[in-house]
Design a protein around this ligand. Sequence first.
Ligand code: Q9C
Ligand code: ZN
Length: 701
Amino acid sequence: MAAAASAHPVAAPRVGLLYDERMCAHATPDGEDHPENPERLRAIWRKLNAEGVASRCVVLKAKEAEDKYIAAVHSQSHVKLMKEISSKKYDASRNKIARRFNSIYFNKGSSESAVLAAGSVIDVAEKVAAGELTSAIALVRPPGHHAEHNEAMGFCLFNNVAVAANYLLNERPDLGIKKILIVDWDVHHGNATQKMFYKDPRVLFFSVHRFDYGSFYPSEGDASHCFIGEEAGKGYNINVPWEHGKCGDADYIAAWEHVLLPVTEAFDPDMIMVSAGFDAALGDPLGGCCITPNGYALLLTKLLGFAQGRIVMALEGGYNLRSIANSVFACAKVLLGDKFTFNSPEMQPFESTWRVIQAVRDELKTCWPVLSSKLPHNVSLRIKPSPSELFASSDSESESEDVYEFSGAVESINVIQVADDGISEHLSKMKLDEDNLALKTGSSCSTAEQHPTDSVEVHNNASVVLSKRISDLSLAWRSDLSIIHVWYASFGSNMWKPRFLCYIQGGKAEGMSIPCCGSRDTSSPRGTVWKTVPHRLLFGRSSTPCWGSGGVAFLNPEINYNEQSYVCMYKITLEQFNDILFQENRLVLEDSKDGNVVYPDSPLIGSSEMEFMSTNKAINLEPIKGSWYSNVLYLGNEDGLPILTMTCPSSDIELFKTGELPLVPPSKTYAATLIKGLVEGKQLDPDEAANYISSAAASGL
Ligand code: Q9C
Ligand code: ZN
């Protein structure tokens, strides 16, 4: 071309933009509201047309994937089921089958949408690889990165990006794509993509996601930074797991600068595929993060320098219609070569971001020497969100899935905070209570005088009846803490509910040699939820008054993502949690003369201790140091409420390691109690439970 000789004309990039109304056919069966709905695609498409961006792109229609290409990353039976689920044959059973999966719905349009979504990403990837397109954006749904080899999950039916990457690497060697970088910036971990290429060094999988210590969807430990790939794939899997929500442009850019970009430079991919969820966007109802459209544009711009600009973006999540439309619009302009300026009034990452990035680099530096250098140390950092913000946002999705209507970014953020800011609501109530403190204390004194004792019938053992007397002046903190709910996570005998209830209602359950006095507030827990936590279960101590000789359970306060310990969580008040702490640490005094019991006058965990824990993950209770369970750990949260447990201090773990404190297997009765808990809680069958306990008891620290 003559133009080549002239001063500059650089050919305009050919940017593929794939949109097809047929992928709007997948919807909830009876039109129920759902965040992953057809309007998502339409909102983006409308925006790109209204802004004149679509007409500057090469617009493509969707294309069906051939079965064999999907079956290269999914099982045959999964492909068959997903392809048939929309047929008449499944009319009667479709909803029931959907319920077998985690967060999945199907309708008559699901099969076709899913096959088109996978085929579309194949198609644009092939065109970019062949040089027909410079780069591309595939507006597809259902999304893909949670869809496992043999399982639909998390709104995803087929793993579109994995299908396309596999296609290029294994079916089209002629196109010369030998190494692919997958950047998964969806707010959720790309669990399935990680597994599909875990041992494959041709695919570098990078996922940055909310982790919240393992409590953010999909809530598996393998989203942690310790999962770096296996065998030949070791080093080719990188997770950047945020500790909390509210991460934004500065945090993501820091992850780019200090992890992704240096590794990408060294890896030198032939193509970059972006699992482009926009649920980390400001305003997203599920994500609770705050990337701006400009932030996305900058993240994408920084990738354009690699793989000769061969970038394929495939839509994953993203549930605020305005946020996703604006974000995709910003990305499209980057691919089209438009200049933009990034205004960063405050570009400060969180202090936790620095910690996460350092941990990722430490884990990977032997694989990627470029990560061994020291991070700059004089960066100014934002301190983490306040505890009320943190607790409220850390699992924003569970309570805010109904907040996905077409609302402006900022409005919707406010809606979310009001909607699920549980703790701050409690804190503001507490402030009110504090104002009335004098009055309340006075009145509770007189009330207490009128009812000096409070008899409680002991459950599980009618022969023992204890009465308790609450120290008169102690009532003020109790009423304050009685309106705050927390999850008490039990990992020992309290996993068995009847035994746990002894701490609430008093008495003893089978296997216990002495009764408990119970809590002041004897109301039953408001919920029970099981989960696993990345902490090591151990057994130590030579005997206990309640269980006789043998060790009892402790949780190593240190996080270890190679460990999965079961916890049974009870939703109780912070007042009850304190009463359990008192009992665990033998702080409830029994008057030998009248059999009354006396509780300590002040709580061990009040609101300032809660605040301390949200920053420090744990609190060593100075007033009871030297006691066995003097360490209260914050294990993340569930439904917007903090998860707390009590265990030994880290200093005891050191003594267990050196043998100065004995590691001792549990007695038969004690172990049987734990096994009953795990079995009745439907976590393990009896053999598995026994193995779980004995292997925790057998392996040294
Ligand atoms: N409490 C994507 O963004 N949430 N999937 C389940 C249960 C599922 C998200 C909440 C979120 C799936 C592609
Ligand atoms: Zn997502």
